[in-house]
Design a protein around this ligand. Structure first.
Ligand code: IVH
Length: 664
């Protein structure tokens, strides 16, 4: 090895070590200034000798290019999730279940915190961090390597020895509560939308296509599990956790061996009591059988291991006061009461509004303006009012009744769904109109780029009074509007024209038929083939379709019989927006009842695109290889699925052969 290479390696190792002292141990031994100085030296050397610039260099944490999208990455072993125990009894049940299955009297567990962030996998080859992924659906995640690199706690090169050829570790990326507050304060200052909670902020940060943005977010990680390890000879989970520290990974300081049922319950209670003193959110604890041999014996159910369980804490509650109640009109005209609260913080998130759903809910809980209420927030779930504290009720409050007029257009409201919900009776209500246009132009619908920001302007200048009016617009209608110029007018008209070639499922979805989501839209497109036939749909046909029951049937029929809707649809057809969906003959029949599994990375298609290709041709794309699979489409870096398909004698196609299926 040349001297210069040796020198570069030495500097890299030195910096990686200081990085570990600073970010993992919180115990730096040199100043930031000194660190930056050495880093600059390294940068200069790497510039001069680019042949020695390697993946594990601390200079490689930043500066990666902006991506167009994340590539799929298949987990060599599935990333399972945990089954939940909702209270102490269920933890005890789990404990006894494990004993019974193993026919043993003594089993040791490890207690861990259940971190509320985003699960990720980190892959090391010969000790070098080469890739990282989100959990995704457990089988296929997204390749977010360059974002993970920006997290300084993640070692780019493992420390110490006993380094396996392949090491996959799994952990949780989180944002601490203090960092979360600061992040949101900064966003507020910059007029950027706020994150709802630390978990969303962490997830959003990791899914940035520009790693420069991720780099600025205060992400942290704790490692708690493994995927594949070459020659794995760990005896226990705790041994693994200890080795993680030696390799330079951050592990949670509350990991603890628990030798019996009582210790498990104590751990659960202690952590629940202490949860507010931790710098980050936890929503429970996790118990794992310590012996890896016993873990193997217990095995897994479909998605959860039998050797572990999450003991969930009760959702956090706070008391606050209702300041006022708003009535909001949605896309379908339904009016929802929403309470404005005196802001309270619950597990990191500030709650200032909460839906009260409908009049029934308000009556049942007797919720009034100025009442003190118990508000709860469980994980991702939207906050809710649990009850009113009647003892704190002030005088002069009165039961709350929703108005009988629409808050936006003041037309009378009507009762629907057996009186449970209120709806604005005016089908041209501007609130409904704007919401339905927003839906129509959205990415999953007509995907009219740039339209969303102009809806208010277009509606208020009377240029648009229904979604079909977009297709009447011309550049000279726009050019004189505030904020529009030559270029922006051209762009908007361009994306409107482009949307004319939309597929039938997307068009049906864009119409915004109540209760008809993307999947149902596809079913309808398959059945009816074009808009005109859908307009003539019959009740007994609809009800027989997959995923469509009496409520959806009613919803579709009401929609297509409505005069105003019919007019809009006719206008769309007149403007040439009349896609067909041919599922009857030729190539579309070809893949009917054929089941596909995709594995590895395709050159020309994202996984979603490939799935749509298959589904549009009548086939089915699933995640697991089984005897029922007809084809495995194998891209580069295929893993266990390819092996399994070979074993089961399933026809394997490469990308070219796959594409040929559609062109013949
Ligand atoms: S172990 C087979 N340990 O909870 C077990 N997961 O529903 C795999 N999580 O997807 C996970 N803290 O994102 C494990 N100490 C911990 C955890 C933890 C949080 C998350 C993880 C996983 C989900 C399980």
């Amino acid at each position: 090895m040349k001297n210069i290479e040796k020198k570069i390696i030495k500097i890299k190792d030195e910096l990686n070590h200081h990085n570990y002292r600073y970010y993992v141990l919180n115990d730096p031994i040199i100043s930031d200034f000194k660190y930056d100085e050495i880093l600059r030296d390294l940068e200069a050397l790497e510039k001069k000798y680019p042949e020695y610039k390697t993946l594990d260099s601390p200079t490689q944490r930043v500066g990666a290019p902006i991506l167009k999208s994340f590539k799929p990455i298949e987990h060599r072993t599935p990333m399972l999730s945990l089954s939940n125990a909702k209270d102490q009894h269920e933890i005890v049940d789990f404990y006894h279940r494990v004993f019974k299955l193993l026919e043993l009297k003594n089993v040791e567990f490890v207690g861990e915190t259940k971190l509320d962030g985003l699960g990720v996998e980190l892959i090391y080859e010969n000790g070098i961090f080469i890739a990282g992924a989100t959990r995704g659906d457990g089988y296929v995640g997204e390749n977010i390597t360059q974002n993970l690199r920006t997290i300084h706690q993640i070692p780019l090169k493992l420390l110490g020895d006993n380094i396996p050829k392949i090491l996959e570790v799994r952990g949780e990326v989180i944002i601490s509560n203090n960092n979360f507050t600061e992040l949101n304060e900064n966003r507020k200052k910059n007029n950027e939308p706020l994150f709802a909670n630390p978990r969303n902020a962490a997830a959003g940060s990791l899914r940035q296509l520009n790693p420069e943005i991720t780099e600025k977010r205060p992400l942290e990680i704790f490692i708690y599990a493994f995927g594949e390890i070459t020659n794995n000879n760990f005896k226990t989970h705790f041994d693994f956790l200890e080795q993680l520290k030696k390799w330079g990974f951050p592990t949670n300081p509350y990991n603890k061996i628990l030798s019996d049922e009582k210790k498990m319950i104590n751990y659960f209670n202690d952590m629940e009591n202490d949860r507010n003193t931790l710098p980050y959110d936890i929503d429970g604890v996790v118990f794992k059988v310590n012996s890896l041999e016993l873990q193997n014996k217990l095995g897994t159910r479909t998605r959860n291991p039998r050797w572990a369980i999450a003991g969930k804490f009760k959702p956090k509650q706070e008391i606050t006061q209702i300041i006022s109640i708003d009535e909001q009109v949605g896309r379908t005209g339904i009016i929802t009461p929403v309470a404005n609260l005196k802001p309270v913080k619950i597990s990191g998130a500030t709650i200032s509004r909460v839906t009260l759903h409908n009049q029934d809910e308000i009556d049942r809980k007797d919720i009034r303006v100025n009442d003190f209420v118990v508000v709860e927030r469980a994980g991702d779930v939207i906050p809710k009012v649990i009850k009113v504290i009647k003892e704190k009720r002030t005088k002069n409050t009165k039961p709350y009744k929703l108005s009988n007029k629409c808050p936006i257009c003041h037309s009378p409201t009507i009762k629907i769904e057996n009186g449970a919900l209120l709806k604005c009776s005016n089908i041209s209500c501007p609130a409904q109109l704007k919401k339905s246009i927003e839906h129509f132009v959205s990415k999953k619908a007509m995907d009219i780029v740039g339209a969303e920001a102009t809806i208010n302007l277009l509606v208020e200048s009377n240029l648009i009074s229904n979604v079909a009016d977009f297709y009447k617009l011309q550049e000279n209608n726009l050019i004189n509007l505030e904020r529009f110029g030559n270029k922006s007018s051209k762009n908007l008209i361009g994306s409107i024209n482009k949307s004319k070639n939309i597929s039938l499922p997307k068009l049906i979805y864009a119409l915004g038929i109540p209760n008809v989501g993307e999947y149902t839209s596809k079913i309808l497109a398959e059945k009816y083939g074009n808009l005109n036939s859908l307009l003539n749909a019959k009740k007994d046909e609809l009800i027989l379709l997959e995923d469509i029951g009496p409520i959806v049937t009613e919803s579709i029929l009401t929609f297509v019989r409505d005069e105003k809707n019919l007019k809009v649809i006719q206008s769309l057809l007149k403007h040439g927006i009349d896609p067909t969906y041919d599922n009857s003959k030729n190539k579309l029949e070809k893949l009917k009842n054929k089941t596909f599994v995709l594995t590895g990375t395709l050159e020309n298609y994202t996984r979603d695109d490939a799935k749509s290709l298959i589904e549009n041709a009548g086939g089915k794309a699933t995640n697991t290889v089984s005897k029922k699979t007809n084809f495995l489409i194998s891209g580069s870096n295929s893993g266990s699925k390819l092996e399994k398909a070979k074993k089961l004698n399933i026809k394997i196609l490469n990308e070219t052969e796959f594409i040929k299926l559609f062109s013949e």
